[in-house]
Design a protein around this ligand. Sequence first.
Ligand code: AGP
Length: 373
Amino acid sequence: DGLDLAEGESHMHREMHEQPISAERMLRGRLDARFGTSHLGGLNLDARDLRAVKRVKILGCGSAYYVGQMGAQLIEELARVPADAEAASEFRYRNPIIEPDTLYVAVSQSGETIDTLLAVQEIQRKGGRVLGLVNVVGSAIARAVDGGVYLHAGPEVAVASTKALTSMFLGFALLALQLGRVRDLSIADGQRIVAGLEALPGQLKEALDLEPQLADVARRLAEAPSLFFVGRVRGYPVAREGAQKLKEISYRHAEAYQTSELKHGPLALISPAVPTVALVPDDELAERNVGALHEIAARGGPLVVVTHAGVDLGDLETSEAVDLTRIDVPRNEAELDPVLMTVPLQLLAYHASLHLGLDVDKPRNLAKSVTVE
Ligand code: AGP
């Protein structure tokens, strides 16, 4: 990868399509298939330190915060350590309790986001230890943290982050493996995740191959004044990230919601004019998710369902009365699926922006990194 663009190509397009390569680079030399774990040289933590971690708190802004939510779920699932993510921009204003046995993780593409940097400094002032998941080598956050992992995504120029977010997710997966394998995660489960990670670069490529289908969907959705993005548990941060991307570069209003919460209010807004992009992975919630899609369809809401080949959408797919487009993404281990589900949402936002004739790489009002409060 690099900064030279083909004639007429945008940085965002180039960076989306670099994801198979940048993901591979992120994982290179860090997976241990034999013991089902990972090697992360820069953590400055030994097995005893890792075992002493009682809680993980992830801090980032915008999309980095949403990937942090994905990462917190991965850590809870694989390591069974309580973990959560919080917007770094809010954190220090609520006089947070800093605990010595909490592992703090600051996540940032640029490494220069002032809100994230100030959160790091506040934690350290109160005696906490912070790891960094940072892309830009030698950046302010990379220098401030007590240890960490570089994302190796290469330069990211487009304001809308894509490949760096994918590497952040992988960074959390590697960290979750290490935390898990010094606790209860079995060698077999560790190996299952390692194999899943090894398959990811190729599957990212397959997900990017869905581009013509997403370009079609984007052309149809681009004119809608407002959209919902819905998902549950693992899918919810993906929905938040999808809505964020669309807002950033297509200037369409998009709202992310937990699918389960629709009936508690927003269902009132569903109509033929308000499309919903729904994440329905083939997991234990699939049936419930499909139930919620019926609620949307009954109100005439157009549906774009990002799902896996095995999921049965029943009469939603066959009924003439339902406006539904199905997008099947490649399937990995359930814990790792969220990262593959972000790819069609990147493509959707990108093609909506393109269709509307907007500046994909430099959207109005936004800077690549926010270095003043
Ligand atoms: C991503 O598409 C956004 N432009 C934005 O939310 C970004 O992720 C956020 O500002 C954090 O930036 P950082 O990763 O450089 O800290």
